[in-house]
Design a protein around this ligand. Structure first.
Ligand code: ASP
Ligand code: MG
Length: 587
Protein backbone atom coordinates (compact mmCIF):
# COMPACT_ATOMS: atom_id res chain seq x y z
CA UNK A 1 0.00 0.00 0.00
CA UNK A 2 1.40 3.40 -0.84
CA UNK A 3 1.11 6.58 1.14
CA UNK A 4 0.19 9.61 -0.95
CA UNK A 5 0.30 13.23 0.17
CA UNK A 6 -2.18 15.43 -1.66
CA UNK A 7 -2.22 19.17 -1.22
CA UNK A 8 -5.12 21.38 -2.32
CA UNK A 9 -4.56 25.12 -2.74
CA UNK A 10 -6.93 27.97 -1.90
CA UNK A 11 -8.82 28.07 -5.21
CA UNK A 12 -9.21 24.29 -5.24
CA UNK A 13 -11.05 24.45 -1.90
CA UNK A 14 -12.65 27.83 -2.69
CA UNK A 15 -16.26 26.83 -1.99
CA UNK A 16 -18.38 24.02 -0.55
CA UNK A 17 -18.98 22.36 -3.91
CA UNK A 18 -15.26 22.19 -4.53
CA UNK A 19 -14.64 20.74 -1.09
CA UNK A 20 -17.32 18.09 -1.71
CA UNK A 21 -15.79 17.36 -5.05
CA UNK A 22 -12.37 16.75 -3.53
CA UNK A 23 -13.94 14.47 -0.93
CA UNK A 24 -15.51 12.45 -3.75
CA UNK A 25 -12.17 12.17 -5.60
CA UNK A 26 -10.42 11.09 -2.41
CA UNK A 27 -13.02 8.42 -1.71
CA UNK A 28 -12.15 6.84 -5.07
CA UNK A 29 -8.41 7.00 -4.44
CA UNK A 30 -8.93 5.48 -0.99
CA UNK A 31 -10.94 2.60 -2.52
CA UNK A 32 -7.95 1.66 -4.64
CA UNK A 33 -6.19 0.95 -1.37
CA UNK A 34 -3.93 3.97 -0.90
CA UNK A 35 -3.17 5.62 2.40
CA UNK A 36 -3.81 9.33 2.11
CA UNK A 37 -2.78 12.46 3.93
CA UNK A 38 -4.34 15.67 2.65
CA UNK A 39 -2.86 19.12 3.23
CA UNK A 40 -5.07 22.13 2.59
CA UNK A 41 -4.82 25.91 2.28
CA UNK A 42 -7.37 28.40 3.50
CA UNK A 43 -10.49 28.69 1.31
CA UNK A 44 -10.14 31.07 -1.68
CA UNK A 45 -8.63 34.36 -0.66
CA UNK A 46 -9.52 34.05 3.00
CA UNK A 47 -5.91 34.57 4.13
CA UNK A 48 -5.96 37.95 2.35
CA UNK A 49 -9.27 38.78 3.98
CA UNK A 50 -7.93 37.90 7.41
CA UNK A 51 -4.89 40.07 6.91
CA UNK A 52 -6.99 43.01 5.82
CA UNK A 53 -9.08 42.58 8.97
CA UNK A 54 -5.85 42.92 10.91
CA UNK A 55 -4.83 45.97 8.88
CA UNK A 56 -8.13 47.65 9.63
CA UNK A 57 -7.22 47.58 13.32
CA UNK A 58 -3.47 48.13 13.32
CA UNK A 59 -0.81 49.00 10.78
CA UNK A 60 1.72 47.10 12.81
CA UNK A 61 0.06 44.25 14.72
CA UNK A 62 2.20 41.87 16.74
CA UNK A 63 3.51 39.01 14.63
CA UNK A 64 2.27 36.55 17.21
CA UNK A 65 -1.31 37.88 16.94
CA UNK A 66 -1.06 37.83 13.18
CA UNK A 67 -0.08 34.14 13.19
CA UNK A 68 -2.90 33.44 15.60
CA UNK A 69 -5.30 35.07 13.13
CA UNK A 70 -3.97 33.79 9.79
CA UNK A 71 -3.67 30.20 10.96
CA UNK A 72 -7.45 30.05 11.47
CA UNK A 73 -8.01 30.09 7.69
CA UNK A 74 -6.63 26.59 7.22
CA UNK A 75 -8.46 25.36 10.31
CA UNK A 76 -11.79 26.10 8.62
CA UNK A 77 -10.84 24.02 5.58
CA UNK A 78 -9.61 20.95 7.48
CA UNK A 79 -12.83 20.76 9.49
CA UNK A 80 -15.07 21.12 6.42
CA UNK A 81 -13.12 18.67 4.29
CA UNK A 82 -13.05 16.09 7.07
CA UNK A 83 -16.83 16.44 7.46
CA UNK A 84 -17.30 16.04 3.70
CA UNK A 85 -15.12 12.92 3.64
CA UNK A 86 -17.05 11.36 6.48
CA UNK A 87 -20.28 12.12 4.59
CA UNK A 88 -18.87 10.10 1.67
CA UNK A 89 -18.22 7.22 4.02
CA UNK A 90 -14.47 7.81 4.26
CA UNK A 91 -13.14 7.78 7.82
CA UNK A 92 -11.28 11.06 8.15
CA UNK A 93 -9.75 13.14 10.90
CA UNK A 94 -8.69 16.81 10.83
CA UNK A 95 -5.48 18.00 12.45
CA UNK A 96 -3.89 21.40 12.94
CA UNK A 97 -0.14 21.82 12.46
CA UNK A 98 0.50 21.70 16.17
CA UNK A 99 -1.69 18.62 16.68
CA UNK A 100 0.39 16.83 14.06
CA UNK A 101 3.58 18.04 15.69
CA UNK A 102 4.97 20.21 12.91
CA UNK A 103 7.73 21.84 14.93
CA UNK A 104 9.14 25.09 13.60
CA UNK A 105 11.68 27.70 14.59
CA UNK A 106 10.35 30.25 17.00
CA UNK A 107 9.86 33.13 14.62
CA UNK A 108 6.46 34.34 13.57
CA UNK A 109 5.40 34.91 9.97
CA UNK A 110 8.16 32.98 8.21
CA UNK A 111 9.07 30.02 10.40
CA UNK A 112 10.99 27.11 8.93
CA UNK A 113 10.11 23.52 9.77
CA UNK A 114 12.61 21.80 12.03
CA UNK A 115 10.92 18.51 12.68
CA UNK A 116 7.67 16.63 12.23
CA UNK A 117 6.63 14.25 14.96
CA UNK A 118 5.02 11.41 13.09
CA UNK A 119 3.69 9.11 15.87
CA UNK A 120 0.19 10.50 16.14
CA UNK A 121 -0.44 10.93 12.42
CA UNK A 122 1.00 7.45 11.67
CA UNK A 123 -1.33 6.01 14.24
CA UNK A 124 -4.34 7.46 12.45
CA UNK A 125 -3.03 6.28 9.07
CA UNK A 126 -2.55 2.76 10.44
CA UNK A 127 -6.13 2.77 11.65
CA UNK A 128 -7.24 3.56 8.09
CA UNK A 129 -8.07 7.22 8.50
CA UNK A 130 -7.56 9.85 5.85
CA UNK A 131 -5.79 12.60 7.76
CA UNK A 132 -6.56 16.20 6.77
CA UNK A 133 -3.78 18.53 7.85
CA UNK A 134 -3.80 22.34 7.99
CA UNK A 135 -1.02 23.67 5.78
CA UNK A 136 0.98 26.86 6.33
CA UNK A 137 1.17 26.41 10.09
CA UNK A 138 3.18 24.73 12.78
CA UNK A 139 4.16 25.22 16.39
CA UNK A 140 7.34 26.34 18.03
CA UNK A 141 8.40 24.96 21.38
CA UNK A 142 10.21 27.16 23.84
CA UNK A 143 12.85 25.73 26.16
CA UNK A 144 10.31 25.51 28.99
CA UNK A 145 7.99 23.48 26.79
CA UNK A 146 5.36 26.10 26.07
CA UNK A 147 3.92 26.05 22.59
CA UNK A 148 3.29 28.90 20.15
CA UNK A 149 1.39 28.81 16.86
CA UNK A 150 3.60 29.85 13.95
CA UNK A 151 3.06 30.26 10.22
CA UNK A 152 5.50 29.46 7.44
CA UNK A 153 5.03 32.54 5.25
CA UNK A 154 2.53 33.23 2.45
CA UNK A 155 2.12 30.32 0.10
CA UNK A 156 3.59 28.04 2.75
CA UNK A 157 1.14 25.16 2.58
CA UNK A 158 3.10 23.68 -0.33
CA UNK A 159 6.02 23.54 2.06
CA UNK A 160 3.88 21.79 4.71
CA UNK A 161 2.92 19.13 2.16
CA UNK A 162 6.43 18.35 0.93
CA UNK A 163 7.77 18.38 4.48
CA UNK A 164 5.11 15.83 5.49
CA UNK A 165 5.97 13.69 2.47
CA UNK A 166 9.58 13.72 3.65
CA UNK A 167 8.87 12.93 7.29
CA UNK A 168 6.43 10.15 6.40
CA UNK A 169 8.57 8.76 3.53
CA UNK A 170 5.54 9.04 1.27
CA UNK A 171 5.46 7.52 -2.20
CA UNK A 172 4.78 10.93 -3.74
CA UNK A 173 3.49 14.40 -3.04
CA UNK A 174 0.88 15.89 -5.35
CA UNK A 175 0.13 19.61 -5.36
CA UNK A 176 -3.36 20.22 -6.78
CA UNK A 177 -3.96 23.71 -8.08
CA UNK A 178 -6.03 25.78 -10.51
CA UNK A 179 -3.62 25.38 -13.43
CA UNK A 180 -2.75 22.12 -15.16
CA UNK A 181 0.85 22.04 -13.94
CA UNK A 182 4.02 24.04 -14.45
CA UNK A 183 3.86 25.98 -17.71
CA UNK A 184 6.66 27.46 -19.81
CA UNK A 185 5.46 30.89 -18.70
CA UNK A 186 2.38 32.69 -17.39
CA UNK A 187 -0.50 31.84 -19.79
CA UNK A 188 -2.13 35.17 -19.02
CA UNK A 189 0.81 36.84 -20.79
CA UNK A 190 1.59 34.28 -23.45
CA UNK A 191 -1.48 32.48 -24.79
CA UNK A 192 0.41 29.49 -26.18
CA UNK A 193 2.41 28.76 -23.01
CA UNK A 194 2.91 25.03 -22.83
CA UNK A 195 2.60 22.49 -20.05
CA UNK A 196 5.92 20.96 -19.01
CA UNK A 197 5.84 17.20 -18.32
CA UNK A 198 9.11 17.40 -16.45
CA UNK A 199 11.25 20.05 -14.84
CA UNK A 200 14.26 19.76 -12.54
CA UNK A 201 13.98 21.06 -8.99
CA UNK A 202 16.93 23.37 -9.65
CA UNK A 203 15.13 25.03 -12.55
CA UNK A 204 11.87 25.23 -10.64
CA UNK A 205 13.64 26.81 -7.69
CA UNK A 206 14.95 29.59 -9.92
CA UNK A 207 11.55 30.13 -11.57
CA UNK A 208 9.60 29.98 -8.30
CA UNK A 209 11.86 32.56 -6.72
CA UNK A 210 11.30 35.13 -9.46
CA UNK A 211 7.58 35.24 -9.79
CA UNK A 212 6.35 31.86 -11.02
CA UNK A 213 3.84 31.50 -8.20
CA UNK A 214 2.76 27.93 -8.90
CA UNK A 215 4.98 26.52 -6.12
CA UNK A 216 6.49 27.85 -2.91
CA UNK A 217 10.29 27.89 -3.41
CA UNK A 218 10.95 26.32 -0.01
CA UNK A 219 8.76 23.36 -0.99
CA UNK A 220 10.90 22.89 -4.08
CA UNK A 221 14.06 23.03 -2.01
CA UNK A 222 12.81 20.30 0.34
CA UNK A 223 11.81 18.12 -2.62
CA UNK A 224 15.24 18.61 -4.13
CA UNK A 225 17.13 17.89 -0.91
CA UNK A 226 15.25 14.70 -0.01
CA UNK A 227 14.44 13.45 -3.50
CA UNK A 228 10.67 13.67 -3.07
CA UNK A 229 8.61 12.79 -6.14
CA UNK A 230 6.65 16.02 -6.49
CA UNK A 231 3.79 16.53 -8.93
CA UNK A 232 1.87 19.69 -9.78
CA UNK A 233 -1.59 18.90 -11.16
CA UNK A 234 -4.95 20.45 -11.85
CA UNK A 235 -7.68 19.77 -9.32
CA UNK A 236 -10.28 19.92 -12.12
CA UNK A 237 -9.11 16.98 -14.18
CA UNK A 238 -7.03 13.86 -13.78
CA UNK A 239 -4.29 14.73 -16.29
CA UNK A 240 -0.81 13.85 -15.16
CA UNK A 241 0.53 17.41 -14.71
CA UNK A 242 4.22 18.18 -14.18
CA UNK A 243 6.77 16.03 -12.37
CA UNK A 244 9.66 17.74 -10.58
CA UNK A 245 12.91 15.82 -10.51
CA UNK A 246 15.78 16.26 -8.11
CA UNK A 247 19.24 16.00 -9.64
CA UNK A 248 21.19 15.68 -6.43
CA UNK A 249 21.97 12.70 -4.20
CA UNK A 250 19.15 12.82 -1.60
CA UNK A 251 20.18 13.97 1.87
CA UNK A 252 19.40 11.86 4.91
CA UNK A 253 16.77 13.35 7.16
CA UNK A 254 18.30 14.18 10.51
CA UNK A 255 16.34 15.22 13.56
CA UNK A 256 15.70 18.92 13.92
CA UNK A 257 16.84 20.04 10.49
CA UNK A 258 14.08 19.11 8.07
CA UNK A 259 14.16 22.46 6.33
CA UNK A 260 17.84 23.07 6.71
CA UNK A 261 17.82 25.73 9.38
CA UNK A 262 20.77 27.26 7.66
CA UNK A 263 19.80 29.91 5.21
CA UNK A 264 22.72 28.98 3.02
CA UNK A 265 22.79 25.49 1.56
CA UNK A 266 26.04 25.47 -0.37
CA UNK A 267 29.19 27.36 -1.27
CA UNK A 268 30.67 27.07 -4.72
CA UNK A 269 34.03 28.25 -6.01
CA UNK A 270 35.04 28.38 -9.67
CA UNK A 271 38.70 29.19 -10.20
CA UNK A 272 40.65 30.38 -13.24
CA UNK A 273 38.22 33.07 -14.24
CA UNK A 274 38.92 36.25 -16.13
CA UNK A 275 36.74 39.34 -15.70
CA UNK A 276 36.26 41.21 -18.95
CA UNK A 277 34.83 44.72 -18.85
CA UNK A 278 33.49 46.50 -21.90
CA UNK A 279 32.93 50.13 -21.10
CA UNK A 280 31.48 53.22 -22.64
CA UNK A 281 29.27 51.34 -25.08
CA UNK A 282 26.22 52.93 -26.69
CA UNK A 283 23.05 52.36 -24.66
CA UNK A 284 20.42 51.22 -27.13
CA UNK A 285 18.58 48.02 -28.01
CA UNK A 286 20.71 45.43 -29.72
CA UNK A 287 24.13 46.16 -28.23
CA UNK A 288 24.17 43.29 -25.73
CA UNK A 289 22.82 40.98 -28.41
CA UNK A 290 25.58 41.94 -30.81
CA UNK A 291 28.33 41.41 -28.24
CA UNK A 292 27.21 38.03 -26.98
CA UNK A 293 26.40 36.74 -30.44
CA UNK A 294 29.96 37.57 -31.47
CA UNK A 295 31.39 35.77 -28.46
CA UNK A 296 29.14 32.82 -29.11
CA UNK A 297 30.20 32.55 -32.75
CA UNK A 298 33.74 32.25 -31.42
CA UNK A 299 32.60 29.41 -29.11
CA UNK A 300 33.26 31.43 -25.96
CA UNK A 301 31.03 30.46 -23.07
CA UNK A 302 30.45 33.41 -20.79
CA UNK A 303 29.41 32.86 -17.20
CA UNK A 304 28.40 35.85 -15.10
CA UNK A 305 27.10 38.75 -17.16
CA UNK A 306 26.53 42.03 -15.43
CA UNK A 307 25.20 45.26 -16.74
CA UNK A 308 24.48 47.91 -14.18
CA UNK A 309 22.77 51.23 -14.73
CA UNK A 310 24.27 53.74 -17.02
CA UNK A 311 25.06 57.36 -16.96
CA UNK A 312 23.85 59.30 -19.95
CA UNK A 313 23.69 57.30 -23.12
CA UNK A 314 26.67 55.03 -22.46
CA UNK A 315 26.75 51.61 -20.92
CA UNK A 316 29.18 49.14 -19.32
CA UNK A 317 28.89 45.37 -19.60
CA UNK A 318 31.09 43.03 -17.62
CA UNK A 319 31.31 39.26 -17.90
CA UNK A 320 33.48 36.36 -16.82
CA UNK A 321 35.04 33.68 -18.97
CA UNK A 322 37.31 30.80 -18.18
CA UNK A 323 41.01 31.54 -18.56
CA UNK A 324 41.62 29.22 -21.51
CA UNK A 325 39.38 31.42 -23.68
CA UNK A 326 41.25 34.64 -22.96
CA UNK A 327 43.16 35.02 -26.25
CA UNK A 328 40.09 34.38 -28.34
CA UNK A 329 38.06 36.76 -26.17
CA UNK A 330 40.59 39.56 -26.60
CA UNK A 331 40.35 39.12 -30.35
CA UNK A 332 36.56 39.41 -30.24
CA UNK A 333 36.68 42.42 -27.91
CA UNK A 334 38.93 44.24 -30.39
CA UNK A 335 36.36 43.61 -33.09
CA UNK A 336 33.47 44.72 -30.87
CA UNK A 337 35.22 47.93 -29.88
CA UNK A 338 36.17 48.79 -33.44
CA UNK A 339 32.54 48.48 -34.43
CA UNK A 340 30.74 49.99 -31.42
CA UNK A 341 33.32 52.27 -29.86
CA UNK A 342 34.17 52.17 -26.15
CA UNK A 343 37.02 50.33 -24.51
CA UNK A 344 37.76 46.97 -22.93
CA UNK A 345 39.93 45.73 -20.12
CA UNK A 346 40.40 42.42 -18.35
CA UNK A 347 41.52 41.16 -14.98
CA UNK A 348 43.21 37.81 -14.84
CA UNK A 349 43.44 35.24 -12.02
CA UNK A 350 40.02 35.73 -10.52
CA UNK A 351 37.58 33.26 -8.98
CA UNK A 352 33.85 33.19 -8.66
CA UNK A 353 32.36 32.54 -5.24
CA UNK A 354 28.65 31.79 -4.83
CA UNK A 355 26.43 30.94 -1.91
CA UNK A 356 23.07 29.36 -2.56
CA UNK A 357 19.90 28.45 -0.67
CA UNK A 358 16.14 29.08 -0.79
CA UNK A 359 16.53 30.59 2.67
CA UNK A 360 18.28 33.59 1.15
CA UNK A 361 14.95 34.73 -0.27
CA UNK A 362 13.40 37.51 1.73
CA UNK A 363 16.38 37.63 4.09
CA UNK A 364 18.46 40.57 2.91
CA UNK A 365 20.84 40.09 5.80
CA UNK A 366 22.40 37.06 4.11
CA UNK A 367 24.16 38.95 1.32
CA UNK A 368 25.20 41.57 3.87
CA UNK A 369 26.69 38.81 6.05
CA UNK A 370 28.60 37.38 3.10
CA UNK A 371 30.11 40.73 2.13
CA UNK A 372 30.89 41.57 5.72
CA UNK A 373 32.64 38.24 6.25
CA UNK A 374 34.77 38.80 3.15
CA UNK A 375 35.55 42.36 4.07
CA UNK A 376 36.62 41.42 7.60
CA UNK A 377 39.06 38.98 6.02
CA UNK A 378 40.26 41.88 3.89
CA UNK A 379 39.05 40.30 0.65
CA UNK A 380 37.98 42.74 -2.03
CA UNK A 381 34.80 41.93 -3.94
CA UNK A 382 35.04 42.70 -7.62
CA UNK A 383 31.75 41.90 -9.22
CA UNK A 384 28.48 41.05 -7.61
CA UNK A 385 25.44 39.43 -9.14
CA UNK A 386 22.62 38.15 -6.99
CA UNK A 387 19.44 36.29 -7.62
CA UNK A 388 16.86 35.68 -4.89
CA UNK A 389 18.38 32.34 -3.98
CA UNK A 390 22.00 32.95 -4.82
CA UNK A 391 24.71 35.52 -4.25
CA UNK A 392 27.75 35.42 -6.54
CA UNK A 393 30.81 37.59 -6.50
CA UNK A 394 34.26 37.59 -7.99
CA UNK A 395 37.38 37.64 -5.83
CA UNK A 396 41.11 37.37 -6.41
CA UNK A 397 42.33 33.79 -6.80
CA UNK A 398 44.90 34.29 -4.02
CA UNK A 399 42.05 34.86 -1.55
CA UNK A 400 40.18 31.64 -2.33
CA UNK A 401 41.39 29.50 0.56
CA UNK A 402 40.83 32.25 3.05
CA UNK A 403 37.35 32.86 1.61
CA UNK A 404 36.37 29.18 1.82
CA UNK A 405 37.43 29.10 5.44
CA UNK A 406 35.67 32.23 6.60
CA UNK A 407 32.50 31.88 4.50
CA UNK A 408 32.21 28.17 5.34
CA UNK A 409 32.52 28.99 9.02
CA UNK A 410 30.13 31.92 8.88
CA UNK A 411 27.32 29.87 7.32
CA UNK A 412 28.25 26.66 9.17
CA UNK A 413 28.78 24.63 6.01
CA UNK A 414 30.34 21.20 6.17
CA UNK A 415 32.69 19.84 3.52
CA UNK A 416 29.87 18.15 1.59
CA UNK A 417 28.26 21.54 1.08
CA UNK A 418 31.36 23.15 -0.40
CA UNK A 419 31.95 22.61 -4.11
CA UNK A 420 35.23 23.60 -5.72
CA UNK A 421 35.28 23.74 -9.53
CA UNK A 422 32.24 21.45 -9.76
CA UNK A 423 31.72 19.72 -13.04
CA UNK A 424 28.25 19.99 -14.42
CA UNK A 425 26.17 16.81 -14.11
CA UNK A 426 23.61 18.24 -16.46
CA UNK A 427 22.93 16.16 -19.54
CA UNK A 428 23.67 17.65 -22.93
CA UNK A 429 20.09 17.42 -24.07
CA UNK A 430 18.72 19.70 -21.34
CA UNK A 431 17.06 22.77 -22.90
CA UNK A 432 18.83 26.10 -22.60
CA UNK A 433 15.56 27.81 -21.76
CA UNK A 434 12.81 25.76 -20.13
CA UNK A 435 10.67 28.49 -18.69
CA UNK A 436 10.33 32.23 -18.22
CA UNK A 437 9.18 34.08 -15.11
CA UNK A 438 8.19 37.69 -14.67
CA UNK A 439 8.51 39.80 -11.56
CA UNK A 440 6.73 43.15 -11.83
CA UNK A 441 6.28 46.15 -9.64
CA UNK A 442 9.93 46.83 -8.98
CA UNK A 443 12.10 49.90 -9.14
CA UNK A 444 15.77 50.17 -9.77
CA UNK A 445 18.09 52.10 -7.47
CA UNK A 446 21.81 52.79 -7.90
CA UNK A 447 24.55 53.97 -5.62
CA UNK A 448 27.10 55.76 -7.78
CA UNK A 449 30.73 56.78 -7.25
CA UNK A 450 31.40 54.48 -4.33
CA UNK A 451 34.96 53.99 -3.12
CA UNK A 452 36.40 50.73 -4.42
CA UNK A 453 37.59 49.09 -1.22
CA UNK A 454 36.60 46.13 0.94
CA UNK A 455 33.51 46.63 3.05
CA UNK A 456 31.50 49.02 0.91
CA UNK A 457 29.02 46.46 -0.44
CA UNK A 458 28.79 44.99 3.04
CA UNK A 459 27.94 48.27 4.69
CA UNK A 460 25.28 49.15 2.10
CA UNK A 461 23.64 45.73 2.29
CA UNK A 462 23.78 45.77 6.09
CA UNK A 463 22.07 49.14 6.32
CA UNK A 464 19.32 48.00 3.95
CA UNK A 465 18.91 44.69 5.76
CA UNK A 466 18.73 46.37 9.15
CA UNK A 467 15.88 48.52 7.85
CA UNK A 468 14.25 45.28 6.70
CA UNK A 469 14.24 46.39 3.08
CA UNK A 470 14.29 43.49 0.67
CA UNK A 471 16.45 44.04 -2.36
CA UNK A 472 17.31 41.74 -5.24
CA UNK A 473 19.47 41.63 -8.31
CA UNK A 474 22.30 43.49 -6.71
CA UNK A 475 24.86 44.11 -9.38
CA UNK A 476 28.20 45.69 -8.94
CA UNK A 477 30.10 46.33 -12.08
CA UNK A 478 33.55 47.61 -12.78
CA UNK A 479 34.01 51.02 -14.29
CA UNK A 480 37.08 51.46 -16.34
CA UNK A 481 36.19 55.09 -16.88
CA UNK A 482 36.27 55.85 -13.17
CA UNK A 483 39.43 54.91 -11.40
CA UNK A 484 38.91 53.50 -7.90
CA UNK A 485 35.19 54.05 -8.02
CA UNK A 486 32.40 51.57 -8.35
CA UNK A 487 28.64 51.55 -8.69
CA UNK A 488 26.17 49.19 -7.11
CA UNK A 489 22.63 48.82 -8.44
CA UNK A 490 19.79 46.72 -7.23
CA UNK A 491 16.06 46.30 -7.56
CA UNK A 492 13.46 46.55 -4.86
CA UNK A 493 9.67 46.53 -4.68
CA UNK A 494 7.89 49.84 -5.16
CA UNK A 495 6.39 49.49 -1.68
CA UNK A 496 9.79 49.16 -0.04
CA UNK A 497 11.21 52.10 -2.01
CA UNK A 498 8.62 54.42 -0.45
CA UNK A 499 10.10 53.79 2.98
CA UNK A 500 13.75 53.82 2.00
CA UNK A 501 14.68 57.52 1.80
CA UNK A 502 16.21 57.98 5.21
CA UNK A 503 18.20 54.73 5.02
CA UNK A 504 19.62 55.83 1.67
CA UNK A 505 20.59 59.21 3.08
CA UNK A 506 22.44 57.67 5.99
CA UNK A 507 24.36 55.38 3.60
CA UNK A 508 25.45 58.28 1.37
CA UNK A 509 26.62 60.28 4.37
CA UNK A 510 29.03 57.51 5.31
CA UNK A 511 30.50 57.33 1.79
CA UNK A 512 31.65 60.80 0.74
CA UNK A 513 31.29 61.62 -2.95
CA UNK A 514 28.66 58.95 -3.58
CA UNK A 515 25.06 59.52 -4.61
CA UNK A 516 21.80 57.64 -5.05
CA UNK A 517 19.94 57.58 -8.31
CA UNK A 518 16.42 56.31 -8.81
CA UNK A 519 15.72 54.43 -11.98
CA UNK A 520 12.37 54.02 -13.71
CA UNK A 521 9.66 51.45 -12.97
CA UNK A 522 10.99 48.16 -14.15
CA UNK A 523 10.24 44.47 -14.28
CA UNK A 524 12.51 41.50 -14.18
CA UNK A 525 12.25 38.91 -16.93
CA UNK A 526 14.11 35.71 -16.09
CA UNK A 527 14.78 32.84 -18.46
CA UNK A 528 15.74 29.56 -16.79
CA UNK A 529 17.13 26.35 -18.26
CA UNK A 530 19.60 23.71 -17.09
CA UNK A 531 21.26 23.60 -20.52
CA UNK A 532 22.20 27.27 -20.29
CA UNK A 533 25.17 26.51 -18.04
CA UNK A 534 27.26 24.92 -20.76
CA UNK A 535 25.65 25.83 -24.07
CA UNK A 536 27.46 28.63 -25.81
CA UNK A 537 25.39 31.58 -26.93
CA UNK A 538 22.17 31.40 -24.88
CA UNK A 539 22.60 34.91 -23.51
CA UNK A 540 23.17 36.28 -27.02
CA UNK A 541 19.91 34.69 -28.18
CA UNK A 542 17.95 36.11 -25.25
CA UNK A 543 19.31 39.60 -25.86
CA UNK A 544 18.61 39.23 -29.59
CA UNK A 545 14.99 38.30 -28.91
CA UNK A 546 14.61 41.54 -26.95
CA UNK A 547 16.53 43.63 -29.47
CA UNK A 548 14.29 42.42 -32.28
CA UNK A 549 11.38 43.95 -30.38
CA UNK A 550 13.33 47.19 -29.78
CA UNK A 551 13.35 46.52 -26.05
CA UNK A 552 16.21 48.20 -24.19
CA UNK A 553 17.82 46.21 -21.39
CA UNK A 554 18.35 48.28 -18.25
CA UNK A 555 20.26 45.73 -16.21
CA UNK A 556 21.52 42.18 -16.67
CA UNK A 557 22.35 39.67 -13.96
CA UNK A 558 22.97 36.01 -14.55
CA UNK A 559 23.57 32.86 -12.56
CA UNK A 560 24.40 29.43 -14.07
CA UNK A 561 20.97 28.39 -15.16
CA UNK A 562 19.22 31.73 -15.28
CA UNK A 563 19.54 34.97 -17.19
CA UNK A 564 17.59 37.92 -15.83
CA UNK A 565 17.04 41.11 -17.77
CA UNK A 566 15.61 44.19 -16.17
CA UNK A 567 13.44 45.99 -18.67
CA UNK A 568 11.04 48.92 -18.43
CA UNK A 569 7.77 47.83 -16.89
CA UNK A 570 5.86 48.87 -20.02
CA UNK A 571 7.92 46.40 -22.09
CA UNK A 572 7.72 43.41 -19.79
CA UNK A 573 4.88 41.39 -21.33
CA UNK A 574 6.35 41.93 -24.78
CA UNK A 575 9.74 40.79 -23.48
CA UNK A 576 8.39 37.55 -22.04
CA UNK A 577 6.59 36.80 -25.26
CA UNK A 578 9.65 37.62 -27.37
CA UNK A 579 11.88 35.17 -25.48
CA UNK A 580 9.14 32.52 -25.39
CA UNK A 581 8.76 32.78 -29.18
CA UNK A 582 12.49 32.96 -29.89
CA UNK A 583 13.17 29.66 -28.12
CA UNK A 584 9.95 28.16 -29.55
CA UNK A 585 8.76 27.10 -26.11
CA UNK A 586 5.21 26.69 -27.45
CA UNK A 587 6.30 23.62 -29.42
N1 ASP B 1 -3.21 30.33 2.99
C1 ASP B 1 -1.84 30.71 2.94
C2 ASP B 1 -1.66 31.84 1.93
O1 ASP B 1 -2.62 32.26 1.31
C3 ASP B 1 -0.96 29.56 2.61
C4 ASP B 1 -1.13 28.96 1.23
O2 ASP B 1 -2.14 29.10 0.59
O3 ASP B 1 -0.22 28.28 0.79
O4 ASP B 1 -0.59 32.33 1.77
MG1 MG C 1 -0.43 28.50 -2.75
Amino acid sequence: MSLLIKKFGGTSVGDIDKIKNIARQISISKEVGNDIVIVVSAMGDSTDQLSSLAKSISINPSKRDLDMLLSTGEQVTIALLSMALNEYGVAAVSMTGSQVGIITESVHGKARILDIKTERIKDYIDQGYVVVVAGFQGASLSHNGSMEITTLGRGGSDTSAVALATALSAESCEIYTDVCGVLTTDPRIVKNAKLLDLISCEEMLELASVGASVLHPRAVEIARNYGIKLYVKSSDNDKSGTLLQSKIEPLKLTRGSLELTKTVNSLEIVEQQVVVALSNLPDKPGIAAKIFEKLSEAEINVDLIIQATHEGKRNDITFTISKDKLQETIKQCELIISELGGAYSFTNDMSKLSIQGAGIMGRPSVSAELFETLSKANINVNLIATSEIKVSCVIDIKDVNKAIRCVGEKFKLNSTQIYINPSSKVKKEEPEVRGIALDKNQVQVSFLNLPDKPGVAASICLSLAEANLIFDTIVQSERTTKINKKDISFTMSKDDRINADCVFESIIKKLPGSKVEDGPSIAKVSAVGAGMAFKVGTAGKIFRALANQQINIEMIATSEIRTSCIVLEKDCDKAVKAIHDHFELYK
